[in-house]
Write a protein that binds this ligand. Structure first.
Ligand code: PRP
Length: 178
């Protein structure tokens, strides 16, 4: 698995430090608001798990499973795989996403959630790849802005592999083009 990685972009320690500072930022605004942390599966399962454990105030956690890539590195049709069977109206929602890339996934999800009339809605993404943006969408909180390279690890996959890496790394081109 490691031999498929060209280089480490963000170490586990860098990610962990950044998540602590994001949690402090969230505390200032949400400490007494019982926010709903919305984890966008599958990619954000590790980010959301680490983020909520840094929050030392009440919150709830819900999940949406969205997928657009399949086995490819090219963004394809977006599929939302589960119903929103939790109450959003009146809640302070924080979307926890692993990566904002073209913005198609998050634009769609933000539209769906907005229609449910939350008290507030914020987007928190660990990684932002602005060069690839197709939709007009900006995250409220960004962990790291990254260059336009194919990254895996810390929840992010290629063909469902590499999600379990502790770091975010650039995948060697021959892995996905060979
Ligand atoms: C990835 C990632 C984001 C989305 C971002 O999910 O987790 O949800 O792509 O891309 P976009 O900004 O171009 O829409 P993916 O569809 O690969 O599914 P996964 O989370 O199950 O890996």
């Amino acid at each position: 698995m490691l031999r498929d990685i060209e280089r480490v972009l963000l170490t586990g320690e860098q990610i962990s430090e950044r998540i602590k500072s994001i949690a402090e930022e969230l505390k200032k605004e949400y400490e007494h608001k019982n926010p709903l942390i919305l984890c966008i599966l599958k990619g954000s399962f590790i980010f959301a798990a680490d983020l909520v454990r840094e929050l030392d105030f009440p919150c709830t956690v819900e999940f949406i499973c969205a997928s657009s890539y399949g086995k490819s590195t090219v963004s394809g049709d977006l599929i939302i795989k589960n119903d929103i069977d939790f109450k959003v109206a009146g809640r302070h929602v924080i979307i926890a996403e692993d990566i904002l890339d073209t913005g198609r996934t998050l634009k769609h999800i933000m539209d769906i959630i907005s229609a449910e009339k939350p008290a507030s809605l914020k987007l928190c993404t660990l990684l932002d790849k602005p060069e690839r943006r197709e939709q007009e969408i900006k995250a409220d909180i960004i962990g790291f802005e990254i260059p336009n390279e194919f990254v895996v690890g810390y929840g992010l996959d290629y063909a469902e592999k590499y999600r379990n890496l502790r770091f975010v790394g650039v995948l060697k081109k021959d892995v996905y083009s060979g």
